[in-house]
Design a protein around this ligand. Structure first.
Ligand code: SF4
Length: 298
């Protein structure tokens, strides 16, 4: 059985598997740790293993490599990338900084290593509010997600420009979809990820990162929840709360790149070790500073 072979190789090679909540259910089930970007970054930095096999997209494996430079980091599928992270290049950010030397750069963890290296601090959707509040008296640029940026700007009075990037999965959510879902499920609570547009977030009962959505749904007494984030989250939600109902806000909440990784790819990456991630040292040093500042502040 494929799971047995993966477990055998993991042990033989002293490897750990980290998987994001947006991965397929069988990939999550074979992983040693499943989490959101912040949780997985912390584990990558501290885990005792020779090999980290990341099941997610490229920026996550890069982050693991930056935080654990002595470990071999593999990405299960080397072409899995995040379209939002690619919506800002290092050249564009460098040019912006030249024109706006007074603005500090706050960078969503969904970004390339080069963009992190040019930023003052990273954030994830779990800790963005806490970190932005520490910087509330500064002039800021937030990259690359306009929606999380606009959500923060709406909530707090801050002088922050937002890069016009977006997650193609969450950006397409609409107010009409929320209203329709509420009509269909009268007593349900609506939980939405902050990568959705502000007008949609204003319709939600709770706005939070994937781990915060899981925590909220697991500790609230409602029976039914409408979920406004990638469908992979339904697996941990249902596992933790078998007596509750979870309804995806729309079936299109499926990330093409997150879903590229199949269990066969996990086995192949462990067998061949041919999908290693490298980050040039000069970039890694600077990117590590932005990530470590995030860890200290969160
Ligand atoms: S769900 Fe959105 S932010 Fe996450 S990897 Fe896919 S495109 Fe990127």
């Amino acid at each position: 059985m494929i799971q047995e072979e993966i477990n055998r190789l993991k042990k033989a090679k002293n490897a750990v598997i980290l998987a994001h909540y947006y991965q397929h259910a069988d990939v999550q089930d074979i992983a040693d740790f499943v989490g959101d970007s912040l949780e997985l970054s912390k584990i990558a930095a501290s885990v005792d293993a020779k090999i980290i096999l990341f099941c997610g997209v490229d920026f996550m494996a890069q982050t693991a490599k930056i935080l654990a430079p002595s470990k071999k980091v593999l990405l299960a599928v080397s072409t899995a990338t995040c379209p939002m992270a690619n919506m800002i290049t290092t050249e564009q950010l460098r040019a912006y900084k030249m024109d706006h030397p007074d603005r500090k750069v706050v960078c969503y963890v969904n970004s390339t290593a080069g963009v992190k290296a040019l930023s003052d601090v990273c954030v994830t959707s779990s800790n963005a509010e806490k970190i932005i509040l520490r910087l509330k008296d500064e002039k800021l640029l937030y990259v690359p997600d306009q929606n999380l940026g606009n959500y923060l700007k709406d909530k707090y009075i801050i002088d922050m420009e937002c890069w016009p990037g977006y997650c193609c999965i969450h950006h397409q959510l609409t107010v009409e979809q929320v209203m329709e879902a509420r009509r269909m499920h009268k007593d349900a609570l609506v939980l939405i990820h902050p990568e959705a547009p502000l007008a949609v977030l204003k319709q939600a009962d709770f706005v939070g990162s994937t781990s915060q959505i899981i925590e909220f749904a697991s500790t609230t007494s409602a029976k039914t929840y409408i979920i406004g984030t990638e469908k992979g989250i339904l697996h941990p939600l249902q596992k933790k709360n078998p007596q509750k109902n979870f309804v995806l806000l729309t079936p299109s909440l499926s990330c093409f790149d997150m879903k590229l990784t199949r269990i066969e790819d996990v086995l192949s990456a462990l067998q061949k070790e041919d999908t290693e991630i490298f980050v040039p040292e000069d970039i890694a040093v600077l990117a590590r500073k932005s990530l470590q500042t995030m860890m200290e502040w969160s």
